[in-house]
Design a protein around this ligand. Structure first.
Ligand SMILES: *Cc1c(COP(=O)(O)O)cnc(C)c1O
Length: 370
């Protein structure tokens, strides 16, 4: 019986940095620096330096970060915000939370990102912003999307929850629009040991409004200029993230290497389509997604071989029950709706071994040989 190959392996990562993590966490506890304070500031400064951005505003998670950006931009009832049909629900539910109405653009059939050729037609006089999502670690055609937004005078927000340090023509995800939104959920490429998130921007005034809104509408204690929310990064998460930030470049390179192993080992299998990296971009492989015929049976076959897989995502956002009221049908999003039955995320994490990748590939090959 061969060993189990998990979808992600956070234990393996912890084993590699255990002493540093344990020391960092225990420092926070012994100093009782639980909320805000030194460790949060340290991480914000460290992430700003590593990312090459002027302002990092940390918050509780990568859903709040989207909501905070939109609130700070004054988006609300009567407005419309466009995002992509294939994403996690944070990309759209936060639009509704502001009182605005979500609208969706289909993905393109090759890179599986927001189809920039469909964006212009989706923009209406009510459109205030576009939330582009760099899903899987793959950049959307953000240069073109930014051009369209600029021409129409609408804000561009980037959801970078799956694309820490991904680049397009050398420029990092999150630096193309007015602000970038990050999640540090444990399984993300840069992950805390609980919920955590951040906003990045080069706009000082926007950064200040985000910081104020995330902190009950106050920049100075008890001076509430507006009503806000409580969305804070805690000291323990910040300390964990500061340790992990030192390794992110190495871990990203390991993911990219694992992706090349998959590409080699899966080449030529009839029945699957491999991911294509957009030219002039760096894909950071948060996920390694293939398209697979007879996907459910393949998943079952892999499960029997001790290999975990996942689907990101089984239902396009506009076709979810939550958005029934918008009246969309599958025909409105033919690419997303067509692919939802085929996409399959294979095990992917920095510590994934070549041997494990080859086992996954062999299992897939044997499935299609029968
Ligand atoms: C994970 C994720 C989020 C939300 O992040 P949380 O920290 O879990 O709130 C938002 N958008 C995308 C695309 C994600 O993958």
């Amino acid at each position: 019986m061969s060993t189990h190959i998990p979808f992600v392996d956070l234990k393996a990562q912890y084993q590699g940095i255990r002493e540093e993590i344990d020391a960092a966490v225990s420092a926070v506890i012994s100093e009782t620096a639980f909320i805000g304070g030194k460790y949060v500031k340290q991480f914000e400064d460290g992430f700003a330096a590593a990312y090459g951005v002027s302002h990092v505003v940390s918050c509780a998670n990568g859903t709040d970060s989207l909501y905070i950006i939109m609130k700070a931009l004054g988006i609300g009832p009567g407005d419309e915000v466009i995002t992509v049909a294939n994403s996690w629900i944070s990309s759209s539910e936060t639009i509704s939370q502001t009182g605005a109405r979500p609208a969706f653009v289909d993905i393109d059939p090759l890179y599986w990102s927001m189809d920039e050729n469909l964006l212009e037609a989706a923009i209406t006089p009510a459109t205030k912003a576009v939330i582009a999502v760099h899903l899987q670690g793959q950049m959307a055609n953000i240069e073109r999307i930014a051009e369209i937004c600029a021409a129409k005078g609408i804000h561009l927000i980037e959801d970078c929850a799956q694309s820490h340090f991904s680049t397009f023509k050398g420029k990092k995800a999150g630096l193309f629009g007015i602000a970038g939104s990050f999640s540090f959920y444990p399984g993300k490429n840069l992950g805390a040991y609980g919920d955590a998130g951040a906003i990045i921007t080069n706009d000082a005034a926007l950064a200040e409004r985000c910081r104020m809104f995330a902190n009950h509408g106050a920049l100075v204690k008890h001076q509430h200029k507006i009503e806000g929310i409580n969305s804070r990064l805690d000291g323990i998460q910040a300390a964990v993230l500061s340790v992990k930030l030192k390794y992110i470049a190495k871990w990203t390179a390991q993911r990219q290497t694992a992706a090349t192993w998959y590409n080699e080992a899966l080449a030529g299998i009839e029945g699957i389509v491999l991911p294509v990296v957009r030219p002039d971009t760096e894909h950071t492989f948060h996920l390694y997604v293939i398209r697979a015929q007879r996907r459910e049976a393949l998943m079952e076959h892999l499960r029997n071989e001790g290999i975990d897989t996942a689907i990101h995502y089984p239902t396009p956002l506009p076709l979810m029950e939550a958005y029934q009221y918008l009246g969309y049908s599958a025909g409105d999003f033919p690419v997303s709706a067509g692919m939802m039955h085929e996409i399959l995320s294979l095990p992917m994490y920095p510590e994934l071994s070549r041997e494990a990748v080859e086992r996954v590939a062999a299992a897939i090959r044997s499935f299609y040989a029968n």
